[in-house]
Design a protein around this ligand. Structure first.
Ligand SMILES: Cc1ncc(COP(=O)(O)O)c(C=O)c1O
Length: 395
């Protein structure tokens, strides 16, 4: 029997709730009573993700949530982490070592770019970044010591698309790993395994949790690889706390409902903004004006709640001022970092990441002074459009 996404979200991983409680309890404990049988205790201490040994090794709720997300992402296994960055860094460090090389993109979540640029290079791992819209550039960047192609699509913040089928095939051809940050799409809109990508990571802080009340991350992949990631995680230590894991389990039950509503709201808002004279440009993969709309439609079943707009101005400084006025005039869209929650958020990427990126890096990532990144929530669409309508009148 094929089980559909909405049912997976409610029922998968139930075997990890060994109590009679319909809703899994919070296992708010750091450690568990040892099995009297020494052989069983040794097994508990060494088996990846054992749910009843010590928290850094595993926890029943962590296993339940991981089982749901692994199923959604069509991978054999998954491991949860305290944050998205913990998941990303541990997942990468389970593949590369000193002397190895990674091919990645110009545009990534800024924390990932910083990890590549400032952390990995200090440990003798080199990274070549390429234009994600140029599939050939990925192949040209591959070297004899390349171990990993790392992609993010749609990318943060500019909503560019990477061709997943081409990347999956390229990694297979060269016998190297492929990894995607699937945070922006969520598994409701995009399942990269279908296109031959081996490893999927998420900031579960975003759509998977969905309520802006926790931080979490997840790595999904083959069984033997997740065992390696687990071993690394014991040393790096960023395990997801019991209460946050429980909140993630609670939040994820409505993932499909939320994301479908968010997809619909975002498309309508993008269409409205696209027609507005004060908006220079709208970047939303669901709009036919997006330069990679056809590619997005081939690999995504919905286009997510993330969009970027560019506000006009006679000069760059004026565009910056207009963007600030617009942000400050919005009444429903909250000016806050993060995304993927039930509430709509808006940020000014050039300010948020200004201190971390040089002008050249911002340009390469497509970040301009008049750019706003919007995360659309589940509020009523008329109210969201109305909010932009009144705020755009102020500039
Ligand atoms: C695409 C993407 N990946 C990863 C992260 C990092 O996630 P976290 O903040 O949970 O560490 C973020 C955070 O904004 C993100 O947007």
């Amino acid at each position: 029997m094929t089980i559909n996404t909405e049912t997976i979200l409610i029922h998968e991983g139930q075997q990890f709730n060994e109590t009679a409680a319909v809703t899994a309890p919070v296992y708010q404990t750091s450690t568990y009573v040892a099995d009297a049988d020494p052989a069983a205790y040794i097994r508990a201490a060494t088996e990846p993700k054992h749910p009843y040994f010590y928290h850094r090794h595993g926890n029943p709720t962590n296993s339940q949530v991981a089982a749901i997300i692994a199923k959604l992402e069509k991978t054999e296994d998954a491991l949860v982490f305290a944050t998205g960055m913990a998941a990303i860094s541990t997942a990468i460090l389970a593949i590369v070592k000193s002397g190895d090389h990674i091919v990645a993109q110009h545009a990534h979540y800024s924390g990932t770019s910083i990890f590549f640029k400032e952390f990995l290079t200090d440990y003798g791992i080199t990274v070549t970044v390429v234009d994600q819209t140029d599939t050939q550039a990925f192949e040209q960047a591959i070297q004899a010591n390349t171990k990993l192609i790392y992609v993010e699509t749609p990318s943060n913040p500019n909503l560019n698309i990477t061709d997943l089928k081409a990347i999956g095939a390229l990694a297979q051809k060269h016998g190297i790993s492929s990894m995607i940050d699937n945070t922006f799409a969520s598994p409701i809109n995009q399942t990269p395994k279908d296109f031959g990508i081996d490893i999927i990571v998420h900031s579960a802080t975003k759509y998977l949790g969905g309520h802006s009340d926790l931080t979490a991350g997840i790595v999904c992949g083959p069984l033997d690889y997740i065992a390696k990631v687990w071993k690394r995680s014991l040393a790096l230590g960023a395990s997801l706390a019991p209460l946050d894991s429980w909140l993630l389990l609670r939040g994820i039950k409505t993932l499909s409902l939320r994301v479908k509503q968010i997809n619909a709201n975002a498309l309508q808002l993008a269409e409205f903004l696209d027609q507005h004279p004060k908006v220079k440009q709208v970047s939303y993969p669901g709009l036919s004006s997006h330069p990679q709309h056809e590619l997005a439609a081939r690999q995504m079943s919905g286009f997510s709640g993330m969009l970027c707009i560019e506000i006009d101005g006679a000069t760059e400084e004026q565009a910056f001022k207009n963007a600030q006025t617009l942000i400050n005039s919005l009444q429903l869209f909250i000016n806050a970092a993060s995304l993927g929650g039930v509430e709509s958020l808006v940020v000014h990427p050039a300010s948020m990441w200004g201190g971390h990126h040089t002008k050249e890096q911002k340009e390469a990532s497509g970040i301009t002074l008049g750019m706003l990144r919007i995360s659309v929530g589940i509020e009523h669409i008329s109210d969201l459009i109305g909010d932009f309508e009144q705020a755009l009148e102020k500039i």
